[in-house]
Every structure is written in C-alpha cells, then in structure tokens.
Design a protein around this ligand. Sequence first.
Ligand SMILES: Cc1ncc(COP(=O)(O)O)c(C=O)c1O
Length: 419
Amino acid sequence: MRSFTEESNFFASVDPEELAERFGTPLYVYNESILRDRMRSVMGMITKYPYTVNYSMKANSNLALLKIAKEEGLNCDAMSEGELRLLQLAGFPAERIFFVPNNVSDEEMKFAADSGIMVSLDSLDQLDRYGTLFPGTECCVRINPGIGAGHHKKVITAGKHTKFAVALDDVETVHEIAKKHDLKIVGLNQHVGSLFMQIDPYVAAVKSILDVALEFPDLKLIDFGGGIGTPYHKLTGEEAFPMQDLHDALEPVLDEFVSAYGYAPLFKSEPGRYCVAESAVILGRVYARKSNAGVRYLGTDVGMNVLARPSLYDSWHDIEILRNGKSITTGETEEITVTGNICESGDVLAKDRTLPVAKDGDLICVLDAGAYGYSMAYTYNTRVRPAEVLLSTNGSVRLIRRRETFEDLIALQCDTTEF
Ligand SMILES: Cc1ncc(COP(=O)(O)O)c(C=O)c1O
C-alpha cells in the first residue's frame, strides 16, 4: 500500500499524532511547500504572452493562504462581497481583484465598483442593471462558450444546462446593451466547469471564447477560467494534470488569435482547486467499528459537515490510516465504509474502500482536502467547524484558524425570551 504523506514527506518533521492531540480532530493540515509549488506550476500555463493567474478563492478563502497567493504573484477572483472584503483584508489592491458574480444585488455591484474592482456581468439583465448604475464605465462579460466540462453535473458551468454566463446567441444583445449605457466592454471571461484531467475541453473552450473576442475590439483582458483537475486517485497511480501539454496546446491557438486581433490582451486563468487541493489533508479520529447486515463501518469524526464533497458529488478522496503517527502501509486490509458523526445516512466519506484494518484511536488522513473542504464546511447537528494549521516552509506549525466554539455557534441567535 502506498502512502502519499510519506512519499511527499507531507508532515515533514512534525508528528501528525502530536498535531491531532494539540489541536484536536478533525483538523485541516496544510503544507506550504505543496501549496506554493502548485501555484507556481499554473503560472507556467501561458508564457509567451502577458498572463495572470486569478486564484479562485471560493476553493479556499483562508487569509493565510490568500496572503501566500499574493506573495506568489497571483491575482484573485471573487464571487461575493464577502470574498471581496477578505481579499482586501489580505492586502490585494483593487487592480488584482476580478469580481465574477452571479445574480447579485445593486449593493454588491456598488461595493465592487466603489472599491475600483473590475466586474464581470454574467447575464443580459445584470449587464443592463450595471449599465443603469454606472453608465459610461468599463466592465467585462462572462460568456458561455457552449462547452462544459467537469467531474459531476453539478459543477459543469457552461454548455446547455447551466445558470451561468451569457449564451453565444446573445452576444449581439450584449453590444446593444453596452451601447445603450455607453458601457465599454474591456474583457471577456468564461469558466467551463470544475475538475477535468484532459486538456481538450479547455483548449476547445479557449478557441470558442477567442472567436467571440474577435467581435469585441479593444479588449484589455480575456479570462479562460479554471477547472484544472487534481489527481484524487493518487494512491492508485493517477497522474497529475498535464500542465505542460496544456501550455503547448494553447500557444499556437493564442498565436493565431493575436495575429488576427492585432495585439495580445492580458490572458488570464481562474484556477481554484489546482492551486490548493493537494496542499491539505484532514486528520480525523476513529471512534467506532461495526458491522450492519454484513457491511463493515468505520466511525470517525470526519463528517459531511467537515468535508461536504463526498455527500454532494460522490467525490473520491484517498484515505490513509495512521497509527502512532505513521501511515500503515503493510499488513491486513479490509473492505470498509468510512463514515462521520452526523445524523444523516448520506454521511459517508468513503464507501466500500479497501483500507488497512483500523482500530479505535487510530487516525484517518483524508488526502487532497484543500479545495472546497473548509470553505464548504458547515455546522449541522450543532457541530463546530474544525481548526486549520499550516506546516510552514520554515518548519513551524502555524494555527491559521482556530476551532469554532459553542459560543461562536450560538452568537447569532437572539434570546427568544426578549420577544
Ligand atoms: C467562475 C469560476 N471561476 C473559477 C472557478 C474555480 O474552479 P476550480 O476550482 O475547479 O479551478 C469556479 C468554480 O466553481 C467558478 O465558478
């Protein structure tokens, strides 16, 4: 049995058992070197033309990670006023933020525009609303290239069945609305969906948006979106996303566009998962074993509230079993279903998984938990959200988010005796 945490020296000189005892479980543990490595890798997607990576912070919005993204020279995209505010807190200046919302109120648009942040509108109605509020200004439009991709129908954000972006058939109307409000469309963006491991859909979508771009003179930016995948099955040999192949496939496509367009606008990508997924694991504790009608269950404290992806999308996360701080790689295995402590039958982290035989008190280590992990965690069953720690490149362990407390959970509730 392989162990990613040992092969990658994930915990470096830190004992995961000590981390679990010191900070409690469940616990998100981030490795700074892996994080920086993935951020640098995506910067190499386009090298010949002006290019920026917008880290898509919805994948993980911890301030410490945002500051690392800033240090690495990444910009960010945001989806809500809350995300914009976090980026401001992390020290991103307005010109390094791109607001790509969906169905937002005037107030949210005003917050972005008043902060000097570029906004992309993702429907004709939102464009019209923006034009009414801010006539004569610059903005961008999110285009649906007609091609979707992703690991689950719920994360495909382009093509025929999606609430996102302006359809190709409506591009003419974009020009009409822009003219009506004297808006200058200075950028186009798209996002085909999340988690693809092949380059073809992305390249096809890039070609599609570049065709649309030819109908918009004087663009300052074209954003090709995110969605670049992470190998979630690495323990059984799944390879990393072929970033160099994507680079090589995009270059002639961009060459052709630049020569037809007359100049190269700033090209952008918008990856979230690729930057952060592999940089984190979740440590959880085994509290029970049982058999029900012939099915074995391993009961842990990593519930669907801690990691929602398996219950939302049937997502796969590799799991290691740790005993006395070491990953078990030899000995007996068994087929077992790993569950959490939430009152839902769907609270299943891994179904019928072949794992080393675990016992009470062992740790489970859930791999590739850095993207859409903590950012999707919630407090169902009045359970607190976990803490997050960062294993820094200098060897220190930094608490980057404390565990929630019961007092945090009830802070918003009003005492009904007051009414
Ligand atoms: C508009 C937009 N951009 C970027 C992303 C990031 O996707 P990923 O994390 O798969 O790279 C998303 C994800 O939903 C998105 O909706």
